[in-house]
Ligand binder design. Structure first.
Ligand SMILES: Cc1cc2nc3c(=O)[nH]c(=O)nc-3n(C[C@H](O)[C@H](O)[C@H](O)COP(=O)(O)O)c2cc1C
Length: 412
């Protein structure tokens, strides 16, 4: 994910989870963002300005009335330059101040002065979180249009169990990415398939492939950032479910067929990134197959062609297929595109280093119906997802159900 050109203000208030803000700042800088940290006085009891200055590469802003700070990075300048403002962790105290418009320190003053989206990530003891006043204040923040990143549940630093944990830094950064991404797919429904399929041989074995699901998950994440309502139908992977995405878990190709056809009917766009097994064992043994002396023969039968079935569905939708090839990349992908009613084919040579299965990068060639062939250099799978969704936007079908972005989603 690139946040190049974006300025993110990270406000850190005085909670025990302030240490996680350090990692969030590091990840934002790694993603290319300019990060301006604002610390409350209480936050300095938990993390040092030096740590955050070193991680952000910029002086940390702390005091409203410091003559040097105010002239160099004054509160209005911080507020105006922000593309998004993330408060993590947000204490019960800072939430109460924001809910009532109190601006008695630099962070709360910047929040009042900014027009950028404000994301608030509360973190506190479970009893504090469940306190009626805190909940009322959180509701007021939502009403004011701030994004509240719900705390996670689990073991808390105070020794209690329950809701109140600050979500992990990568989750916070993903929410910032959502806030700063242009909503080019607002109101659109996107179905993405991902991962391998497993075809049972017996109760303990299966026929599978090496797909990790990373490419499909990257497309689903990118579509959500662009404002789409996303359903992800995924085969078995080691990846965590995506926030804000409806995740449907399947195992076999036939299960994937059922789920994909069901969700494709309402989709404006379908991206079929799953590596669906072409064949499955004709019969799955009821009991574990025992070791024998001779060869074991397994008869395979073809699986349904999900891409072709989606291409044949009534109604209009943009269909993107993937072609994992080991030779004759463009010719094979073009054949697949023509045979299956696909608008855009993403072809990759899965034998190339740093491309295809299980790695974080891919080297793709895009082929569309007009015959245009576009070859790309090695990119991260997040970047490939961005390129695909840019093309999806251009390939929009003239569907009458396309809705404009809901007004309240539009900020500024
Ligand atoms: C050890 C310790 C841990 C604390 N952890 C939290 C916390 O996780 N969440 C919270 O809302 N307040 C926590 N507090 C209380 C806040 O630090 C206190 O309310 C402070 O006034 C917050 O100031 P600020 O909101 O300006 O940063 C903690 C206090 C101490 C001493």
């Amino acid at each position: 994910m690139s946040m190049r050109g974006k300025t993110i203000v990270v406000g850190v208030s005085g909670g025990i989870a302030a240490y996680k803000a350090c990692e969030a700042v590091r990840l934002l800088v790694q993603a290319g963002a300019t990060v301006q940290v604002v610390l409350t006085r209480a936050a300095e009891e938990f993390v040092t300005p030096l740590t955050l200055q070193a991680l952000s590469g910029r002086p940390v802003a702390r005091r409203t009335f410091d003559l040097t700070e105010e002239s160099e990075i004054g509160h209005i300048r911080i507020a105006d330059t922000a593309d998004a403002l993330l408060i993590a962790p947000a204490t019960a105290n800072v939430i109460a101040k924001l809910a009532t418009g109190i601006a008695d320190d630099l962070l709360t003053t910047v929040v009042l002065a900014t027009r950028a989206p404000v994301l608030v990530a509360p973190a506190m003891n479970v009893h504090m979180w469940e306190n009626a006043t805190v909940q009322a204040n959180v509701a007021r923040l939502r009403d004011a249009g701030h994004v509240v990143i719900e705390p996670a549940s689990g073991a808390l630093a105070c020794g209690y169990e329950g809701a109140g944990r600050l979500p992990e830094p990568d989750v916070l950064v993903e929410e910032v990415a959502v806030a700063v991404t242009e909503k080019t797919l607002a109101g659109r429904r996107v179905l993405v398939t991902a991962g391998p399929t497993w075809e049972a041989l017996d109760p303990v074995r299966h026929v599978a492939n090496r797909s990790s699901g990373k490419m499909g998950f990257a497309v689903a994440r990118a579509a959500r950032r662009r404002g789409a309502r996303v359903t992800l139908v995924t085969g078995p992977t080691a990846l965590a479910d995506l926030r804000g995405v409806e995740c449907v878990h399947v195992t076999s190709a036939r299960e994937m067929e059922k789920a994909a056809l069901h969700h494709a009917a309402a989709a404006d766009c379908v991206v079929m990134a799953a590596a669906v097994g072409d064949y499955r064992p004709l019969e799955a043994a009821r009991h574990k197959i025992k070791r024998g002396r001779g060869d074991l023969e397994i008869r395979l039968t073809p699986n349904p062609d999900i891409l072709a079935k989606i291409g044949a569905l009534p109604g209009q939708r943009v269909i993107v297929g993937f072609a994992a090839e080991t030779r004759d990349l463009v010719a094979n992908a073009r054949r697949k595109l023509q045979a299956k009613g696909v608008h855009l084919m993403v072809a990759n040579d899965v034998t190339a280093p740093d491309a295809g299965f299980d790695v974080d990068t891919n080297i793709v060639t895009l082929i569309d119906r007009s015959g245009r062939v576009e070859r790309f250099e090695k990119m991260s799978k997040d970047e490939v997802a961005g390129v695909i969704l840019d093309r999806v936007r251009d390939l929009r079908t003239p569907r009458t159900t396309v809705r404009a972005a809901p007004r309240r989603l539009r900020r500024r």
